[in-house]
Design a protein around this ligand. Structure first.
Ligand SMILES: NC(=O)c1ccc[n+]([C@@H]2O[C@H](COP(=O)([O-])OP(=O)(O)OC[C@H]3O[C@@H](n4cnc5c(N)ncnc54)[C@H](OP(=O)(O)O)[C@@H]3O)[C@@H](O)[C@H]2O)c1
Length: 303
């Protein structure tokens, strides 16, 4: 078996990370602690999730040595249509300092710009470079950046993002951007890889009902393959990402699912089934649909 629970990518990031979106502060505290006690060593946080104090308490409560952990967080860049001020260079620096206080950490392992929403995104990126230089983050990257947005950074002569966090699952296989990232050695991290499931974001206000109809056909194929392999549909989807060479993030508020979602290293998806799952691609982004946008498509080119 090529991968194990202790495998890490080229940035030292464990292949399966625990996500914290849509957890309240209290839930984040309990679930992050439980995830770490279950064996997760990679946590994905964000300014925009508004639960970093809880996440910090959960990390502390688990008592795992800091050097074993890989902690990612993100700056929300600002987005005018939502009434959110765009962050300057200085704002970006100050934001990570505040997040570190909330997380009770001296540094994070990876700091990301959450989306390319702002016209100030090159200033924000320069601030990330400075934060890396000063040791407040070990690595820097972006999320929801397509080829053009990454190319802007390269064209400006700034450091290459080390990682790009994007939606990735059989209905949204992101063929162009993943090819580009491979060419430029930018580490891929997948989010919302469980979004093809009918159990994805089903609680009130979580938004999972949007696009629920478009997933139905794929769910049949996914269940058939999972049944043949004797695993749950969720494990199959997470394993599919890892076999594509990606790190994968997964969130649950339920202790049993938290444990299960890390348990994907004792089976392998045969090549023929991988290809059947690959064929489900519709280039259909789902994760942000309830917000009425696709973050990889809305950013205007820089003036
Ligand atoms: N950069 C970005 O723009 C971006 C966007 C989205 C997500 N992310 C990150 O990626 C993480 C993962 O994405 P996600 O939050 O969409 O999580 P996900 O793991 O893809 O899906 C979570 C949903 O699936 C359910 N679920 C979890 N495990 C399950 C299982 N074993 N069987 C059946 N249902 C299960 C959860 O319900 P319960 O909680 O009720 O178990 C929840 O509704 C986020 O938490 C966040 O850290 C980043």
């Amino acid at each position: 078996m090529k991968f194990s629970q202790t495998s890490r990518n080229e940035l030292g990031m464990p292949l399966v990370g625990f996500g914290t979106y849509q957890l309240s502060g209290e839930q984040a505290e309990v679930c992050v602690r439980d995830a770490l006690l279950a064996g997760f060593r990679h946590i994905d946080s964000a300014e925009g999730y508004q639960n970093e104090e809880g996440t910090g308490r959960g990390i502390k409560a688990a008592g795992v040595a800091r050097e074993e952990l890989f902690i990612t967080t993100k700056v929300f860049p600002g987005y005018k249509p939502w009434g959110s001020e765009e962050k300057s260079y200085r704002d970006t620096i100050e934001t990570l300092k505040r997040q570190l206080r909330e997380l009770q950490l001296e540094y994070v392992d990876l700091y990301l710009i959450h989306a390319p929403f702002s016209q100030l995104r090159l200033d924000q990126w320069s601030a990330c470079m400075e934060l890396k230089k000063s040791g407040l983050t070990k690595h820097i990257g972006v999320a929801n950046y397509n080829e053009n947005r990454i190319q802007e950074i390269l064209d400006a002569g700034l450091d290459k993002p080390e990682s790009n966090q994007i939606e990735f699952h059989p209905l949204c296989a992101q063929v162009e951007i993943t090819g580009f990232m491979k060419q430029h050695s930018i580490a891929p991290v997948a989010y919302s890889s469980l979004s093809p499931l009918s159990s994805w974001r089903v609680e009130e206000g979580q938004g999972g009902e949007v696009l629920a109809e478009t997933k139905k056909e794929a769910q049949g194929v996914i269940s058939d393959i999972a049944n043949k392999l004797g695993v749950t549909d969720a494990k199959l989807l997470l394993r599919w990402v890892v076999q594509h060479g990606y790190c994968v993030l997964t969130k649950s508020s339920k202790p049993e699912r938290i444990r299960d979602n890390l348990d994907i290293f004792n089976f392998e998806i045969p090549e023929s089934s991988m290809r059947l799952m690959d064929k489900l691609d519709q280039n259909q982004a789902i994760a942000w649909a309830a917000n009425g946008l696709n973050p990889m498509e809305i950013a205007a080119p820089l003036k």
